[in-house]
Ligand binder design. Structure first.
Ligand code: ADP
Ligand code: MG
Length: 464
């Protein structure tokens, strides 16, 4: 016989307060909708009605909630997130087998276990601006009318500009509008890994069943197909099979179809036969709106002038804007300081890339390298050491050192998580090679001109 007890209504408030204090970046405004059900057998059950939120909490927030539950009750409680219909006295016993599939599990059955949807990445949370208007409008059309509006739908943009966000928003809206829709969402890596695994285990028919019998297939970062001959071939057949059956295909990439290196022509032409939409960097006004929206998601009160300040200081990509908000939130929390312009200037002013008028940003340097050498971002940041990629990477680090104020460690971080000795070595290598290699010397000078064009003062040269 399990002892059941309704938790004190104050438990929830205390729980959320604890989480906000100790894990500010984790908290979202919709945590308010979580409903404590009961405490039984040492487990606090929390009801979460939205499927995407439920799955997200289970995968990403369990430890923090458990810690908070223990801290506020002073008991060694476990935490369990349950969906509607899943809750029963029977399942309240920890370890008891759940009988049958709950509705939320059925809905989720079509989703790749490894690819989690983030509740943050919805259309409601996507700020529209001139740079993403077409991609956004088309994404909504695709979500509402899978297989009918644009097929395939192909989004391309450089890193951190919202590709994954839009893809996940399509998935969430399509699933919500039509719970019967079967949908498979994964990254190109995920597709490749599963393909290799199926080949190895001799399970191609179940692999094909998984990918070819869905109403909507959504694959993120499809540019990773580059150079993968066998996977390209398999993907080609997957694509055809879905396309012929008018099933929706949604793809994202860091480059337009024609510019994905080493992609078979037959794939390029298929990617081009629906709608290809580009996302451009957000303008200042859009960045301000994004900062506000990210703050609102975290229930963070950000004064107008702080939002404008952050948006004016960071113009590279949106992931960095988010990073800045996190940093601000943490500083305010730790130092118990008001989150105002003064704090923002202190926190962001010190650490962010200097403004556009003085220096290029690392993102601009990376973009310039990618274009100039015609290499892929993923390769540039990868561990690959082949000369064709190692040299562009070294030049990138050299430019970053000379034209930004980032430290060696920080530059290493931007270039695929390398340590400061690697960056130092790269700088020395470029300095030495330039002396005996006129072509390299020319390349470096051209790149320097490119990245400093439009910047009032080229950065203060600082070899070290
Ligand atoms: P990508 O997949 O293109 O590298 P992401 O989709 O991961 O980029 O976006 C990076 C971050 O920026 C995410 O937190 C995402 O929510 C946010 N973001 C991008 N575009 C927008 C937008 N228009 N409105 C709100 N947030 C955005
Ligand atoms: Mg992405």
């Amino acid at each position: 016989m399990t002892v059941m007890a309704r938790p004190d209504p104050e438990v929830k408030d205390a729980l959320l307060t604890h989480l906000r204090r100790h894990h500010p970046a984790l908290c979202r405004h919709w945590f308010d909708d979580i409903e404590p059900l009961d405490v039984s057998g040492g487990t606090l059950q929390l009801l979460v009605r939205e499927t995407v939120q439920l799955k997200y909490l289970r995968r990403c927030c369990l430890d923090q909630f458990t810690e908070a539950a223990q801290a506020v009750t002073g008991r060694l409680l476990a935490v369990r997130f349950v969906g509607e219909g899943e809750f029963s006295e029977e399942t309240a016993t920890p370890g008891a087998p759940t009988s049958g599939l709950a509705p939320s599990q059925i809905e989720l059955a079509g989703l790749d276990e490894d690819m989690l949807l983030s509740p943050d990445y919805s259309f409601e949370n996507f700020v529209m601006g001139p740079g993403n208007r077409l991609a956004h409008a088309a994404a909504i059309a695709v979500a509402r009318k899978p297989g009918k509006a644009y097929n395939p739908f192909f989004i391309h943009a450089s890193v951190g500009l919202g590709k994954t966000h839009l893809l996940q928003a399509i998935c969430q809206t399509a699933m919500r509008d039509n719970p019967r829709l079967t949908l498979y969402y994964t990254s190109c890596e995920g597709f490749m890994t599963q393909f290799m695994e199926a080949v190895r285990a001799g399970k191609m028919s179940s692999f094909r069943h998984r990918f070819r019998n869905v109403d909507m297939l959504v694959i993120d970062d499809i540019h990773d197909l580059s150079k993968r001959d066998r996977t390209q071939d398999e993907f080609f057949h997957t694509f055809n099979s879905l396309y012929q059956a008018s099933r929706q295909i949604v793809l994202s990439s860091d480059a337009p179809p024609n510019e994905i290196p080493d992609l078979e022509e037959r794939l390029t032409s298929r990617f081009n036969c629906g709608l290809v939409a580009h996302i451009d960097k957000p303008c200042y006004e859009t960045r301000v709106e994004i900062v506000k929206s990210k703050a609102a998601l975290r229930s963070l009160r950000l004064p107008e002038d702080v939002a404008s300040y952050v948006a004016s200081r960071i113009d590279t990509n949106i992931r960095e804007l988010e990073g800045a908000i996190n940093k601000l939130q943490n500083h305010a929390m730790v130092g118990q300081e008001p989150l105002d312009l003064k704090l923002a200037q202190k926190v962001i002013g010190e650490q962010s890339a200097p403004t556009r008028s003085q220096h290029p940003t690392i993102q601009q340097i990376i973009d310039a390298i990618i274009q100039y050498y015609d290499v892929k971002l993923t390769d540039l940041l990868s561990k690959r050491r082949h000369k064709s990629i190692a040299l562009p990477r070294q030049v990138g680090m050299w430019l970053a050192r000379k034209h930004t104020r980032y430290s060696l460690e920080e530059i290493g971080g931007y270039f695929g998580g390398r340590d400061h000795t690697t960056v130092m070595h790269a700088i020395k290598a470029v300095n030495t090679k330039r002396q005996g290699d006129a072509a390299l010397d020319h390349d470096v000078s051209r790149l320097e001109q490119q990245i400093t064009a439009g910047h009032a003062t080229p950065g203060v040269a600082s070899g070290n």
